[in-house]
Design a protein around this ligand. Sequence first.
Ligand SMILES: [Fe+2]
Length: 390
Amino acid sequence: MMKSFTLNLRTTLFFGIDAIHSFEKIAKYIVTQDLSPLLIITGKSSYKKCGAWNVVKEILESYEIEYAHYDGVSSNPTIEMVQTAFEFGRGIGAKSVLGIGGGSVIDVSKATAVLIANKDISARELYLKRPQVNPAVPIFAINTTHGTGTEVDRFAVATIPEERAKISIAYDSIYPTFSIDDPSLTTKLPRDQTIYVTIDALSHALESMTSKYSNPFTVNLATQASHRIFENLPKALDHPEDVEVRYWLLYASMIAGITLDNSRAHLAHALEHPISAVKPEVPHGLGLALLLPVVIEKAYEAFPDVLSVALRPIANDLRGLPEEGKKARKALEEWISSLGLDKRLSDLGFCEEDVDELVRIALKTMKYLIGMAPFEVSDDMLKRMYIEIL
Ligand SMILES: [Fe+2]
């Protein structure tokens, strides 16, 4: 497999236990580069509960950095949240943006940083028209979950409710300039979120290693990521405060972020986004947990060698033969259900009559990711996949 590929590694990442104290380096950078006022974006409370805020606030004060705080982000963030954060940032004359939170917060921070540098564009125009833009103002990210990998990539997802679209922008200028991944900030994550965010990371790993853009570098990283997840997610559920377990889950989600950035996702993400676009209360990772086994069964035909190695910790009898797709699917389904996840799409409020609409949304808004699948995709195949998880 001697494919040519481009590596996207542009963020300086401070990774490890107590990496939060490296915020001092970010503060120095803000001062020397004249990047205040700083717009801080968070959710309602997790930025405090995780322990990040005390450290950040003290450092900001000791460096006399001017800042203002927008705390209106929730999961599956809407375009309205991006617009409001931008207007708030514009009001204070923000010159840089700091997101403290999980993927939703960091994604809103990235999109806001683009708008601050392009004041005549609205959030809706940015997502729906994909205009040429000036580079975003500098972004700093303190990541508090082990899921999206957005702290090291150039994507930012938002939902546009009236379009039933949950879509991504991608710009080189929205790689955070600096990010912090500190496992000790993740030990307070509730059980259900621990599962959902980790399934997201697993999905990034398994999809990117089997996408049209997969390459030896991403296969290697994604294999490591999936092995760490299979080993450590059950441990995290038994021992949520075990920082070593969280270290490996965070490491896995971060490297899966790099593989997502370089090799993309495909059908599990393409089919999940319509679900949480229609019902924003459905966690991204929950929709993925339903779809991933079905998608992996199909992808196995194209990548039996790669997937048999990646799935080894949960299915050591896979030999890397194309006909083992069903076995791979079953192993993944059993592992997911052993975590206590046994919901179906119908439990999330969908019925058979909704499937055509989900397929329509996927075809309209997720064309790019559908095209990343390592096999020919028909409308009928998408429909069947939804029906299988009903
Ligand atoms: Fe994802």
